[in-house]
Design a protein around this ligand. Sequence first.
Ligand code: BG6
Length: 477
Amino acid sequence: MQAIDLVVFGASGDLSQRKLFPALFQLFIDHHLADPVHIIAITRSKMPRKAFLKIITPNCQLRQDCQTHLAEFFSKITLLQVDVEQEDQLLQLRQTLRPDACWIYYFAVPPSVYAPLVKGLAQHGCVNAASRVVVEKPIGQDAHSAEVIQKSLSSAFDEAQIFRIDHYLGKETVQNIMALRFGNAILEPLWRAERIDYMQITVAEALGVENRGDYYDRSGALRDMVQNHLLQLLCICTMEPPAQLTAYAVRDEKLKVLSALRPITPMDVVHKTVRGQYRANPQQKNSLAYVTEAGVSLHSTTETFVALKVEIENWRWAGMPIYLRTGKKMQRQHSEIVIQFKEVPHKLFRHSPSNLLSNRLVITLQPEEKIRLFLNTKAPGRGMSLDPVALNLDLKDTTKQRRWDAYERLIVDILQGDLTLFMREKEVAEAWKWVDPIIQGWQQWMPTPEPYLAGSWGPVAADQLLARDGHIWHNPE
Ligand code: BG6
């Protein structure tokens, strides 16, 4: 195996503490981080090694509380202080890199630092044709800022060297959607607008903005969740089967979906979008309104909830609505994809409640991992009246193997140079191109978000969005 120097910028930051180092530790325990991998943890300000290890230890211990393993893992980490403005510190990094290794840079830092970082690395001989760079969202605030970020990355790295993370793609449950769609012949003939009435994609979070109020208030749910995670889920649910499971084939198919999204123009926002913001819930203990969270402006009009009616203008999906919904402080954490099939062409069972008669496939992504297919069966003792019953598959019962965390999977792919689960530049650009007019429309027509109670399923307007089409949101019982 080739030697790898994995250089983590922002090593003492929130992402590194919560996700990266615990995932690296898990990979180490499971023998996926072979010997030639050397981790260089970079902090901007000077930090004693002991203090650094102390902050990454608690989350690593949640994976395995074993001092011997932790000590062995820590021995693979070199701690360096690098401020990109400091010439000598960049030179020191250059000297630390092993000449025969593949140098991988993980930018766990705000995007505003990317440009000076890329420039400093390139100028000090830290980038070659084999190097890779890993960047996290947010990749910009709009199409223009995303392009600026792209320009700075591509000044030193080719597209095939850039790994753009959307951690939803690393989730096994999300990859399982592809497995379900393309590994099962019975679904494909049904997977189209002629057979499906509508789809719903919900990513509901019970948590609020936690300690990220400052970032979130400048972002909001549309940029934070929809532009990336929800659109990626939508792509995976609706893309054509790729010819191969390669990065180019899969990403090409996703890009085609993004390019085929029917634009929501600024004039459309009132009919096709809902934006909400949570208020304190007097029924809940210590419930806060969004505007009183730390780091958030008291007069903030940032949305913490979004619902959208989306359409794809292509042969397979024309005319079928896809409803997207995401929010903070919702009733519970719940991510789910609902595929509502059309009714049978002729209703034989007239005595059954009509809303029970069409089949529904429900793919729950988190916190549980379940697939349920609702079929109609005869209700016992009631003549030929039907009741829906679910074929219920709880994926945790199907294997004893531990499911990988998204970051573990993505890090392994980065080390192996596999780009399949990473976004390409055009995907990011297309997604912004579609999202930007919605933001413009909101500024013009919907500057104030609709209130909803913390702990609810979002604003009433979100129910009305579906009611106009004769549908309802499928909330978990
Ligand atoms: C992040 C968002 O990308 O995804 C957060 O910035 C959000 O606001 C998080 O909470 C949700 O991820 P997960 O894996 O907890 O569903």
